[in-house]
Design a protein around this ligand. Structure first.
Ligand code: SF4
Ligand code: FES
Length: 307
């Protein structure tokens, strides 16, 4: 199969036909990779919802060199041979990203000081990079009462940016859909179809895929700021999942168990609820060593490894 050549922010990369601009940019790596709040490689059909990954295509391809008339979502646009793309080199893209960050924050509470996701929240990082210091609106934000999704997961709908990742986990991973998005527009909300809990072995992965603090782990909530814990790669023999996890520890206490994420925040593999919620004793695990944190976020503070 012959590779296609694409240039992103003046850097040329060769990639397989069918690759999206976002994935091609990830091949290059570094600051030129567009942020992605809704795309998730392992979730089929994800992407195209949040618009944070918009880029400018200044040359369509060798065959048709015309530029694309509008900014396009890089997670959904496939590269063509000879395509030229601008991401952070385009003032128009940066301006659009600033506006989109504003839209995502329209109804999002500024409760980072009490939110468990603080320090590893993609919206927090996005607003540090692209947000305005002051709000442009005076209207009231949407309010919801936090609800429990089963006995292990808390939903703060006020923080949700409707990226649909958790719905796709429920659809594609748990094989039992009891959770989805109800209503339209400003009235949209994640619902468990009133009060039905998601008691499936893999439902906890919804917490890991949520880019904000809308879905949090009830066994960890308010135990510690994440940057004050130390992450370790660990594994155990598990007959339901790979058993490969990250233990978030304070001294010899395991405060939280999560899946292992790459530098784009995507899980290397989904883990089962047993590993995530029930195995909190150090003796339950074989500890491999410190987890390298590869994120440009508060969570990288105080850790012995930084990128
Ligand atoms: S709860 Fe989280 S994962 Fe689910 S749609 Fe909202 S932001 Fe996305
Ligand atoms: S990541 Fe592309 S639209 Fe959300």
């Amino acid at each position: 199969m012959s590779l296609v050549k694409v240039t992103i922010d003046n850097i040329e990369v060769e990639t397989e036909p069918g690759t999206t601009i976002l994935q091609a940019a990830r091949k290059i790596g570094g600051k030129g990779v567009p942020p992605a709040m809704c795309f998730y490689t392992s979730l089929e059909g994800s992407g195209g919802k949040c618009r944070t990954c918009l880029v400018k295509v200044t040359r369509g391809s060798d065959k048709d060199p015309r530029p694309m008339p509008k900014l396009v979502p890089s997670c959904r646009t496939v590269v063509q041979d000879g395509m030229v793309v601008q991401n952070i080199t385009s003032p128009e893209v940066l301006q659009a990203r600033r506006a989109i960050t504003g839209f995502l924050l329209l109804n999002h509470p500024l409760d980072c000081p009490i939110c468990d996701q603080a320090g590893e929240c993609y919206l927090q990082d996005l607003s540090y990079d692209h947000g305005l210091a002051e709000t442009q609106t005076i209207e009231e934000r949407r309010t919801f009462v936090p609800i429990d999704i089963g006995d292990k997961i808390k939903l703060h709908m006020t923080r949700c940016i409707l990226c649909y990742r958790c719905v796709m986990v429920a659809d594609q991973l748990t094989g039992q859909r009891v959770h989805g998005v109800l209503n339209r527009g400003d009235h949209c909300e994640i619902s468990t179809f009133i009060t039905r809990a998601i008691d499936n072995d893999f439902s906890g992965n919804m917490i890991d895929v949520c880019p904000v603090g809308a879905l949090t782990d009830r066994t960890f909530r308010f135990s510690s700021r994440v940057w004050l814990t130390k992450p370790f790669d660990a594994y155990r023999d598990c007959h339901k999942c790979s058993g490969k996890t990250v233990l978030w520890m304070k001294n010899d206490q395991i405060l939280r168990v999560t899946g292992r994420k790459d530098k784009y925040g995507e899980l290397e593999s989904f883990i089962c609820n047993d590993c995530r919620f029930e195995q909190k004793n150090v003796e339950d695990w074989v500890i491999e060593g410190p987890r390298i944190i590869e994120r440009h976020s508060v969570i990288s503070q105080n850790h012995y490894e930084q990128m």
